[in-house]
Design a protein around this ligand. Structure first.
Ligand SMILES: [Ca+2]
Ligand SMILES: [Ca+2]
Length: 424
């Protein structure tokens, strides 16, 4: 870990285990001449050993247009405005529901105000007055009600029709965490892997493509005047506080953020060092992302020469686009910090594993939408940065969250072309 020995260096450290992910999209795997489906044998990893079929399939792809696809939808609306406004639709102010089981609640699970409970079946419709036509993003403030422990799934309609393929499968995560914060050991002194339980909280989520094909949340076209939004339940109950039409901010580049630091007179902190053990994640999107016991290196923390210790997280269970892990940490001194990950990516030879990073629910700058982690059999310390210098992050005094999510990275455009054009 030479980076830590540099004098005066300020490092805010996250210890992480990174393994493979990528290409487990709907089981789609590339082969040299054919598209084949992943199966137990190849486990979605065939892409590592084969070349991507860009040239050979180019002609076929170009000749096909899928009129239900999101790409086509965007093309059709390419000239539309993006109105700078937020239009809130209160969940409890719905215009109709199809079944029993929908009900309005006051102050549900710590919420201040009303929300509507929507069961695992049935449909709910709201009327929304749109003052200005254009393309809007959508987000929802929801609570994952107890159900069957699956992701919440909804089909979304505007004026009773599904705007594009993808809007028919919107996923909203449940939230998971360790059952116990204290480490429990078996009678031989080995750490026991903590059981994962649901830790439901109110969350805000944008309507996104959950295969990871698009980095940005979906855009929906709304005409001016009274419009209808419908959510059909496919799986699992949820409570809805509100839905909003809004505009996703354009995320500035690091270059722009650096200028902002200068204008604000922000300085690098000194003498500050915050270390977060990856296995101490507070929340994750999936119960399969549990603490791991890595014995491949004595530099692991904690480490024992003969006993198993919970000391890392992620690995093979953290590869589906959209799966995330979240940590909280306290900052004592406001200023600029670096971020480093102690990580290992020993699965995707010759290519990168990609993750996105948000702090307090936002991308600090656009480069953090896709951070490549290169292949290496050993644990490495990666300081986030570009070819020239480490990135600096502005952190205020107090408690913050950092979330790291699986992203497809550079391969996403290729995947979505093939998915929308060929697999029909
Ligand atoms: Ca509400
Ligand atoms: Ca650790």
């Amino acid at each position: 870990m030479p980076i830590l020995k540099r004098k005066g260096m300020v490092v805010f450290l996250v210890v992480l285990l990174l393994f493979t992910m990528i290409i487990f999209v709907k089981g789609l795997v590339f082969d040299k001449k054919n598209l084949v489906y992943a199966n137990e044998e190849n486990d979605g990893r065939a892409v590592e050993e084969t070349d991507l079929p860009i040239e050979e399939n180019e002609i076929m792809i170009d000749n096909l247009v899928d009129e239900d696809s999101y790409d086509f939808y965007l093309e059709q609306h390419a000239d539309k405005k993006r109105p700078e406004r937020v239009i809130r639709i209160e969940g409890e102010e719905y215009s109709s529901v199809s079944d029993e089981g929908f009900s309005v609640k006051d102050n549900l699970e710590g919420l201040e105000g009303k929300s509507v409970i929507t069961p695992e079946v049935g449909s709910i419709t709201w009327k929304v007055d749109v003052p200005e036509d254009g393309l809007y993003n959508l987000r929802i403030h929801y609570y994952p009600l107890e159900g069957k422990s699956s992701a919440i799934e909804r089909e979304m309609l505007i004026n009773q029709s599904i705007p594009f393929d993808g809007a028919d499968i919107l996923l909203f995560d449940r939230v998971w965490g360790n059952e116990n914060d204290e480490i429990v050991r078996d009678d031989r002194g080995n750490d026991i892997t903590p059981r994962q339980i649901e830790k439901p909280i109110w969350q805000t989520a944008s309507f996104v493509n959950r295969d990871g094909y698009y980095e940005d949340p979906y855009l929906f076209y709304f005409q001016k005047g009274e419009q209808e939004i419908t959510l059909n339940a496919i799986r699992e109950p949820m409570a809805i506080d509100y839905i909003e039409l809004y505009q996703e901010n354009t995320i500035p580049s690091y270059e722009e953020i650096k200028n902002e630091y200068n204008e604000l007179g922000l300085e690098k902190t000194s003498g500050q060092f915050i270390k977060i053990q990856a296995e101490d994640a507070i929340y994750k999107s999936s119960p399969t992302v549990y603490p791991l016991q890595d014995r491949s290196s004595p530099t692991m923390e904690p480490y024992h020469v003969s006993k198993l210790r919970n000391n890392a997280i992620g690995g093979m269970n953290w590869k589906m686009p959209g799966q995330w892990i979240e940590w909280t940490f306290d900052v004592e001194e406001e200023g600029l910090y670096q971020i480093a990950f102690k990580r290992k990516q020993d699965q995707l030879r010759g290519t990168f594993a990609t993750r996105s990073v948000t702090i307090d629910g936002e991308y600090p700058f656009s480069e953090l939408k896709k951070i490549p982690f290169k292949y290496d059999l050993d644990w490495d310390m990666d300081v986030l940065g570009d070819a020239e210098e480490p990135y600096l992050f502005h952190l205020t005094e107090g408690t913050h969250t950092i979330r790291v999510e699986v992203a497809l990275g550079e391969i996403a455009p290729l995947l979505r072309t093939i998915e929308s054009s060929v697999l029909k």
